[in-house]
Ligand binder design. Structure first.
Ligand code: ZN
Length: 449
């Protein structure tokens, strides 16, 4: 072939290939950027031990090596936390980050005063505050405006906004008039689709909702097994879904590789959920001895939000919570905490979940001190929010401890949180996937970046 013809035929491809090679070289160069974190003390929740003078090598957002004396590349960026205690990024397994400001004042009716877009945009600071408080991952367990949480999760994952890595439920699967439904309005009021997306009233309707949500791209399923405190016309003592309906939810969710979290306050609803095979029972407020035994036998996680009672009572004193909610809550708070103590003593698997949204965003760490006050060691409370939480999420390979191959998610505090766990309320350093969001106690990324 003549040279001119050859160039005409293959020149374009050649040029493209050169560009591809150049781009690959640039990629390699970027990938070679290594960050090194020097940790004076490093908490390992997997073994329940503390290591000293560790070096953590990070590449492409993942942990590449951890050890006391690593050979460091000369051009590595070094972050010196040798006077701090470093922990894996914290995980809150029960949040409602995508409800905007509509949970303020505790009344779900606030949701009716705004469009879904308004609520989604109002959720941006919720996500940011949650991350800056040290929570690099959350399991969000329901939003009133269905699928708002998927939009928020994806916006964070794209880097459009700052927030924790989110695993989301899409909507509440609930009986009509139940704990996850919009209730209290006149029966002839027609709600928009997204305010009753997850309502189901038979095993087959439950399966249909699970299928819809799986198709929408959720990460887990949230079912409401009993009534709720913060819902009009609902009673935490009422059993809502039947065992058969809960079994349908778990079975159908498993068909799509999804786990189920069940909201349950009363003893029967808790046991129904455990027998149906859910991964976690949320609240587990009135769990009895049989329920504790069942949870232990089945390896079911309990996710007991024992701090938010403080906020409900404060809202009661300020008159900013509906009176019927306060009535539902009467006496439940202390029983909840005593049952938490029993479950811890019995050795039930516990994960950290706060029902974030009931209390102000950014206050999740306040629960640690309560978990210790009611029977956990500081290490157990930290494990609940790291290694146990990662296991509950089904992501123990990527999250929950500072180990090779996992995401470079970590936080640091001054002092020893194993002596004073409330130090976690003042996290000074936050890294998610190798990127620093907080350093020396100050945010390092503005929302506009
Ligand atoms: Zn909740």
């Amino acid at each position: 072939m003549a040279l001119a013809a050859w160039l005409l035929t293959y020149g374009g491809i050649l040029k493209r290939n050169v560009l591809v090679v150049f781009a690959l070289a640039l990629g390699e160069l970027a990938a070679a950027q290594i960050t090194v974190v020097k940790a004076g003390r490093l908490i390992d929740p997997d073994s329940g031990t503390v290591l000293t003078n560790q070096v953590i090598m990070i590449k492409d957002g993942k942990i590449q090596a951890v050890g006391p004396a690593l050979a460091l590349p000369a051009d590595a960026t070094t972050i010196d936390l040798s006077d701090k205690t470093v922990l894996p990024g914290l995980i809150d397994c029960h949040t409602h980050v995508a409800d905007g400001r509509s949970l303020e004042g505790g009344d779900p009716f606030n949701v009716l005063k705004k469009t879904a877009s308004q609520i989604a945009l109002e959720s941006i600071p919720n996500a940011r505050k949650t991350l800056l408080s040290g929570f690099t991952t959350v399991r969000d367990v329901g939003t009133y405006r269905a699928l708002n949480d998927i939009a928020l999760r994806d916006a964070i994952a794209r880097g459009d906004i700052i927030g924790p890595r989110m695993y989301v439920a899409g909507a509440y699967i609930t009986i009509t008039g139940g704990a996850g439904a919009m209730t209290g309005q006149a029966p002839d009021l027609q709600l928009p689709w997204d305010l009753h997306y997850g309502e189901a009233n038979s095993p087959w309707e439950v399966r249909q909702k699970v299928r819809l949500l799986a198709h929408d791209g959720v990460d887990h399923i949230k079912v409401l097994s009993t009534g709720a405190v913060l819902t009009h016309g609902s009673s935490p003592n009422a059993t809502e879904f039947t065992l058969e309906e809960l079994q349908a939810a778990v079975d159908e969710a498993h068909n799509f590789g999804l786990r189920v979290a069940a909201h349950a306050h009363n003893a029967q609803g808790i046991k129904n959920a455990i027998r149906a095979g859910v991964a976690s029972v949320e609240h587990a407020t009135l769990i009895d001895d049989e329920g504790i035994e069942l949870a232990k036998k089945n390896g079911t996680y309990l996710d007991m939000d024992i701090y938010d009672e403080e906020c409900i009572q404060e809202q009661g004193r300020n008159g900013t919570i509906p009176l019927d909610f306060l009535e539902h809550d009467r006496e439940l708070g202390e029983k909840h905490r005593q049952n938490f103590r029993k479950a811890v003593q019995a050795g039930v698997k516990m994960a950290f979940g706060t029902d974030l949204g009931v209390c102000a965003y950014g206050t999740s760490p306040k629960q640690f001190a309560f978990m210790v006050k009611y029977g956990m060691t500081p290490m157990q409370a930290i494990q609940a929010a790291t290694s146990n939480a990662a296991d509950l999420l089904g992501h123990a390979k990527e999250l929950g401890s500072i180990k090779v191959g996992k995401y470079a998610d970590m936080v640091a505090v001054s002092g020893d949180p194993l002596k004073d766990v409330s130090l976690l309320e003042r996290v000074e350093f936050v890294m998610k996937e190798g990127k620093v969001y907080k350093s020396a106690g100050k945010a390092t990324c503005s929302q506009q970046e």
